[in-house]
Design a binder for this molecule. Structure first.
Ligand SMILES: [Zn+2]
Length: 279
């Protein structure tokens, strides 16, 4: 090949890598796939009819990354619900969020939802639901959801920041059980191990009003080189209260195995029981 041609090809390759890198970095920062615009729902799904005493709504709408573990999660929660006497319903329709439908449920589970998924009216309906005593359970990417809804950030106490990519995406880590007197942790050992995509949050929720930390990651137990972990204090499950409503969040749930894990699954099930005041 002639030298000038080599130089041109080299330049083209260099520019392509530069542009590709910039696009990938932009997607990483904005947590959006290229060209992805949020899709909102305005038409209500079918009326849920009468819902049992222990109504649990699983909401798994995604306007960003979609986790493979959503379907195994739904299956596992439906099975657990059968044993527990919950009436489990599922939806990915944001228009389900209206006073009439929501009031028939005790708990709404955000199962790895992502992105901006509710309209302003739907958000208001959910705020009323929780503040009047409804339960919220957030699993994994529930914190990678609704960044500009201030009330929701207040409910969680923080938001997703990033997660390890290098040297491992889903390392095994040691989890420290902060309290074993809470119904969601009394079955857990003082220290245990699990594989997951360990979320870093914008800030630690420890010490915030009304928040109780249940589980904390031992950052020394796994390697997070890129991006770095949270700098030592790394709560991974916690509760909150918002007016009369109970809030339970866990960062676990990226992997399908979470929903058969002998420690994590009962933790989540007990979180639903606790948020719904079922036990
Ligand atoms: Zn994930």
């Amino acid at each position: 090949m002639r030298k000038p041609l080599k130089i041109v090809l080299g330049l083209v390759l260099f520019l392509a890598l530069l542009v590709g890198g910039a696009v990938l970095f932009g997607m990483y920062v904005t947590r959006q796939l290229p060209g992805q615009e949020p899709v909102f729902d305005t038409v209500r799904p079918a009326d849920p009819g009468q819902v049992g005493e222990k109504g649990v709504l699983i909401f798994s709408k995604t306007n960003g990354f979609r986790h493979e573990s959503i379907e195994p999660g739904i299956d596992a929660l439906q099975k657990a619900g059968k044993k527990k006497g919950w009436d489990v319903r599922t939806t990915e329709n944001g228009a389900f969020f209206n006073d009439d439908y929501l009031r028939r449920f005790k708990v709404v589970v955000f199962l790895s939802t992502t992105g901006d998924i509710l309209t302003a009216d739907q958000e208001k309906a959910f705020e009323r639901f929780v503040e009047n005593g409804g339960g919220y359970v957030g699993i994994h990417a529930a914190s990678d959801t609704e960044y500009s809804w201030d009330w929701y950030d207040h409910l969680l106490g923080t938001h997703f920041r990033d997660h390890p990519l290098f040297p491992e995406h889903t390392p095994e880590a040691e989890i420290i059980t902060d309290t074993r007197t809470h119904p969601t942790t009394k079955h857990l050992p003082a220290k245990w191990r699990k594989v997951d995509e360990w979320y870093n949050f914008k800030q630690s929720v420890r010490g915030k009003d009304s928040i109780q930390v249940l589980l904390t990651l031992n950052e020394a137990s796994y390697k997070a080189t890129l991006p770095k972990a949270m700098g030592g204090d790394h709560p991974i499950s916690w509760t909150n209260t918002v007016r009369k409503g109970r809030v339970f969040y866990t960062g676990m749930g990226h992997t399908n195995e979470t929903f058969t894990d002998p420690n994590a699954m009962p933790h989540i099930v007990a979180g639903i029981d606790w948020a719904g005041r079922f036990e």
